[in-house]
Ligand binder design. Structure first.
Ligand code: FPP
Length: 263
């Protein structure tokens, strides 16, 4: 489904002449650590949950813009395996966000040919949340436009541990020969196995770390950090990140990636 190479060239992105030329290389897969909701709220003298509520509007804006730009996969870090450490009331609020988002926008996602997916240890997500998520996954499973992939109760190290456990089980049951294990094989045991690795990672709010997000998959991803809090992040900020991506030369440890020379 995805091109072998890491970006696609589009002469015209979303038919927007205004952007033509500046966004000629659009990342196939963009992953985002949506950070800064709490600080956004605090700055306004509001409770933290006000920031999370506002965050949903950004998710909608960014999803639409990603689609318009021709991005194929958008992975959003919605809840980490570490987020359970937050106060119970905040965790409960965060767990309501997927259904609030889907209740409000599922019809629009369907209309826009967007396919919803989820990755993470979903066994620990409350039933009411999973009901909404599974319904959206089912209703959008035949869509072939943008893939909107929510990382829910996701942790990069935990994903690698799970992958290793499954590999060991498959070796023990003779489904897999240990001498055939390589990076491609291990990739197939990751939760993201059906997706290409992210080409671009964006983290908002000024924090410059990965926070246990897609550790295996981000090996050669271009990183983009912005001080903008997630509730303030908008279409222009996504364009800026994609423009920055397009200006970088990806070498994957080699000398120059074939076909990615700067002009
Ligand atoms: C980090 O900001 C944000 C989160 C832990 C939650 C992210 C979730 C969303 C943006 C909404 C998800 C939407 C859907 C549709 C599932 P923070 O609270 O850590 O902010 P702070 O660092 O300023 O305190």
């Amino acid at each position: 489904m995805f091109e072998k190479f890491s970006f696609i060239r589009t002469g015209k992105v979303g038919g927007q002449e205004r952007l033509a030329g500046s966004l000629q290389r659009v990342p196939v897969h963009v992953a985002i650590i949506m950070d800064g909701n709490g600080r956004w709220a605090k700055r306004r003298g509001l409770p933290r949950i006000a920031g999370h509520r506002e965050a949903l509007k950004t998710v909608k804006k960014v999803t639409n813009e990603a689609r318009r730009l021709g991005i194929k996969v958008l992975t959003l870090f919605a809840f980490s395996t570490e987020n359970w450490k937050r106060p119970k009331t905040e965790v409960e609020f965060l767990m309501k966000l997927p259904e609030q988002f889907l209740n409000s926008y599922l019809a629009e996602l369907i209309e826009n040919n967007i396919q919803v997916r989820a990755m993470g240890d979903l066994s620990l997500i409350p039933a009411h949340t999973m009901k909404a998520v599974n319904y959206a996954i089912d209703r959008t499973k035949n869509n072939n436009g943008l893939i909107l992939n929510f990382a829910l109760n996701y942790g990069g190290r935990s994903e690698i541990v799970q992958a290793v456990k499954t590999v060991v089980r498959d070796v023990q049951s003779d489904k897999l020969r240990s001498d055939t294990i390589d990076e491609d094989v291990l990739s197939k045991y990751m939760m993201s196995r059906a997706l290409p690795d992210p080409d671009l990672l964006i983290r908002t709010s000024g924090e410059i770390r990965l926070s246990n997000f897609m550790l295996w998959q981000l090996a050669y991803t271009e990183l983009f950090f912005t001080d903008v809090y997630w509730p303030d992040f908008n279409e222009g900020n996504l364009q800026e990140a994609v423009r920055e991506f397009a200006s970088r030369q990806r070498r994957y440890g080699g000398i120059v990636e074939k076909g990615s020379e700067k002009r």
